[in-house]
Design a protein around this ligand. Structure first.
Ligand SMILES: Cc1cc2nc3c(=O)[nH]c(=O)nc-3n(C[C@H](O)[C@H](O)[C@H](O)COP(=O)(O)O)c2cc1C
Length: 169
């Protein structure tokens, strides 16, 4: 029987993934009364019935253990005006943990995880399942509350830069 092909090298994967444009989010959680969060693009819808989405979080991220312990998280879809917030929640300025929430206006929906008031959409979730895959965990969230705006332009990330969608119509 033919051998399975070997996986591509990490650098080749990184090079390819840089070209996969994605919407930028901030994933938040509330663990023992302390908020935590990180910027993330590894977010996707999963099922509509029941309402599930999934996020992929590095095990080294402070929010990883916090999501695991609390069993809740909120995915906040960012708009163009959230570029600085996206950088802040990705570690810019060495700002960590609850200090990150000193910027932006935050509220809560059902779980207590921070919800960005002017997010394009916020998906408040309880953790339905978690799967560890090497360096990351996939957290599958059951969406228990949601808010969404009809205006605003999505913040995208591609080839190491933030950008915007140009519409054809
Ligand atoms: C555009 C962008 C997308 C990112 N996407 C993810 C992601 O999907 N999952 C993840 O674990 N980290 C992602 N990161 C990295 C985290 O935001 C970053 O490592 C953050 O500082 C982790 O939080 P910590 O400093 O509390 O550990 C992304 C960073 C950027 C700038």
């Amino acid at each position: 029987m033919a051998q399975d092909p070997a996986p591509v090298a990490p650098d080749a994967l990184r090079h390819g993934m840089r070209r996969l444009a994605a919407g930028v989010t901030i994933i938040t959680t509330l663990d023992g009364g302390a908020p935590n969060g990180l910027t993330a693009t590894a977010v996707t819808s999963l099922t509509v019935t029941p309402p599930h989405l999934l996020v992929c979080v590095n095990r080294t991220a402070a929010a990883h253990a916090a999501i695991g312990r609390s069993g809740r998280f909120c995915v906040n879809a960012l708009a163009q005006e959230h570029r600085e917030l996206a950088a802040r929640f990705a570690g810019a300025g060495g700002i960590h943990g609850s200090e990150r929430f000193a910027a932006g206006t935050w509220t809560t929906l059902a779980t207590g995880a921070p919800v960005l008031v002017d997010a394009l959409a916020a998906f408040d979730c309880t953790v339905a399942n978690a799967v560890d895959v090497a360096t990351h965990s996939i957290f599958i969230g059951l969406v228990v509350a949601l808010s969404a705006r009809d205006d605003g332009a999505a913040l995208l990330y591609e080839a190491g830069s933030f950008g915007r969608l140009t519409r054809d119509d």
